[in-house]
Design a protein around this ligand. Structure first.
Ligand code: DAT
Ligand code: MG
Length: 151
């Protein structure tokens, strides 16, 4: 599995509900490496750009309002296959349909308040990381995997 980076963001409802620690714990214990982390109040233009692919959807204006309604936690997680794996940890877009055991399945009931974002492809991951993080905000380090991996 190729080493990838995913842009993971705890949305304002996740922050307000006190789920930050719980969510970080799930990525940490899975074994991925945290490369960037910040609490951030997004400006409207950034939220619009982040979701620009959804511009024509009826829920787009509400979605942008929701993302800027309070601080978000921006993260970069790195590891083999992290894009697909993170989406599994996160669960389906609609929390009502998301499996129990996933973040959305455990903590939500509405698509419009689904707690967390995760990149859907390596290319989008890099696009989103460049959008949300400035040069110098990411830390280059290697997690010691001696006790985690068989090689
Ligand atoms: P995901 O976040 O699972 O990648 P997406 O990229 O299709 O889902 O949509 C981005 C966000 O837009 C999603 O997290 C919540 C919101 N959204 C999507 N579909 C919606 C809908 N039918 N009603 C309200 N919000 C929706
Ligand atoms: Mg998406």
């Amino acid at each position: 599995q190729a080493v990838e980076r995913s842009y993971i963001m705890i949305k304002p409802d996740g922050v307000q509900r006190g789920l930050v620690g719980e969510i970080i714990t799930r990525f940490e214990r899975k074994g991925f490496s945290l490369k960037g982390l910040k609490l951030f109040q997004a400006p409207k233009e950034l939220a619009e750009e982040h979701y620009s692919e959804l511009k024509e959807r009826p829920f787009y204006p509400e979605l942008v309002k929701y993302i800027v309604s309070g601080p978000v936690v921006c993260m970069v997680w790195e590891g083999p296959g992290v894009i697909a794996s993170a989406r599994k940890l996160i669960g389906a877009t609609n929390p009502l349909l998301a499996e129990p055991g996933t973040i959305r399945g455990d903590f939500g009931i509405q698509s419009g308040r689904n707690v967390i974002h995760g990149s859907d492809s390596p290319d989008n991951g890099e696009r989103e990381i460049a959008l949300w993080f400035k040069e110098g905000e990411l830390v280059e380090w290697t997690r010691n995997r001696t006790h985690m991996l068989a090689f």
